[in-house]
Design a protein around this ligand. Structure first.
Ligand code: F0G
Length: 359
């Protein structure tokens, strides 16, 4: 059985004798070959999906959170604080619950997916809806944590978060037997792409892989500060997880993309929603809208002839689709998909054989 990030990857983590044992059995997520989705992407690539939605709170944040929270406990913290577009808050709340300490989360009012809010509330976090966007909430959280040492900041500006998140890169190498040619992922606050690059470099340095992937990070067009080259004051996108205008790790993310021979690019909300639908229908995995950004981006790269046939390409599906029921049910999907029928075999058979339903 998979034993969680500390137990499986502890030799690469800053563990001391005083680090408490903490796990929700995060990490160890599947890398799924997705041939039907690969055809949709185009370019003749061999596409794999790293399904981070299978983590205990349904996103990659758990890998970093387990390390950040254990190290905070080691330092004597009893109260976590973070700003979040949703997933970080769910994860912080879960690990606080497991450890028996407090979590306070600052979210942009009205702009986080309902499932994520439900998680934070059920895990027992204090939830403050800040009248402002994520960037403003993060600025407040950082100032608070600086002036009040009893608050442990668990955003990805905490280097322990990236230490934990880099383990996803190790897993990709183990699962493929070598680093992929290309790895694509969504970019918001820009911690995760930075962590993947750390992980691939560290694994190669340890002699456990020989090559490095090109990293392609995708932002949403309405929230693409790293593509535009300046902060975006009012970021907007359907992919609320990456609705961020001032990425805290922006410089490191740009360096990771550049040094790897990749890039940070933007995709439109329309492309994201198209990819969001395609991922579910053509792979069987259900990922949230932000996680569809790299799939949309790969399709665009393929159309531009920037991917080579036969290349091994990994798209990181960062969060579970169940987290965002509003988007999932958007465009009257339920009304179009659900047919009412008598509880009677003939009536049911008639409907089924008529082949109706959503195409
Ligand atoms: N995908 C999902 C599902 C996310 O929740 C996030 C970030 C990202 C991608 C982008 O990762 O910030 O490391 O570049 N969510 C943060 C949060 C901001 O508060 O949950 P990043």
């Amino acid at each position: 059985m998979w034993r969680g990030v500390w137990a499986e990857w502890g030799r690469f983590l800053p563990r001391t004798e005083k680090t408490p044992e903490l796990t929700l059995y995060e990490g160890g997520t599947p890398l799924l070959p997705a041939p039907r989705l690969a055809e949709w992407v185009g370019g003749g690539v061999r596409l794999y999906l790293k399904f981070e939605g299978q983590n205990p709170t349904g996103s990659f944040k758990d890998r970093g959170m387990v390390v950040a929270v254990a190290k905070a406990l080691e330092a004597g913290a009893r109260h976590l604080v973070c700003a979040s577009t949703g997933n970080t808050s769910a994860s912080a709340a879960a690990y606080a619950a497991a450890a028996g300490i407090r979590a306070s989360v600052l979210i942009p009012a009205g702009k986080i997916a309902r499932g994520k809010l439900a998680q934070a509330a059920r895990y027992g976090a204090r939830i403050l809806a800040v009248r402002g966007n994520f960037d403003q909430a993060l600025a407040v959280a950082r100032q608070l944590a600086e002036s009040r040492p009893e608050l442990a900041l668990v955003n990805s500006v905490n280097p322990m978060r990236l230490e934990g998140q880099k383990t996803a890169a190790f897993e990709v190498v183990e699962q493929l037997g070598e680093a992929p040619d290309v790895l694509a992922l969504p970019v918001g606050n820009a911690g995760n792409i930075t962590a993947y690059w750390m992980g691939f470099l560290e694994y190669r340095r340890a002699g456990l892989s020989r090559k490095l992937p090109r990293l392609f990070g995708f932002q949403a067009e309405g929230a693409a500060p790293l593509v535009l080259g300046h902060p975006v004051e009012r970021p907007e996108t359907v992919a609320t997880a990456i609705r961020i205008g001032r990425p805290a790790s922006g410089e490191k993310a740009l360096a990771a993309a550049r040094d790897s021979g990749g890039a940070i690019l933007a995709v439109s909300d329309a492309e994201i929603l198209e990819a969001y639908a395609a991922v579910a229908r053509l792979s069987g995995l259900f990922a949230e809208p932000a996680s569809a950004a790299p799939v949309a981006g790969l399709r665009r790269l393929a159309a531009e002839g920037r991917l080579e046939a036969g290349q091994r390409v990994v798209a990181v599906l960062t969060g579970n689709g169940l987290k965002d029921p509003e988007t999932a049910l958007g465009g009257d999907l339920v009304e179009r998909s659900v047919e009412s029928v008598e509880a009677e075999p003939r009536a049911v058979a008639e409907r089924l054989l008529a082949g109706s339903g959503v195409a």
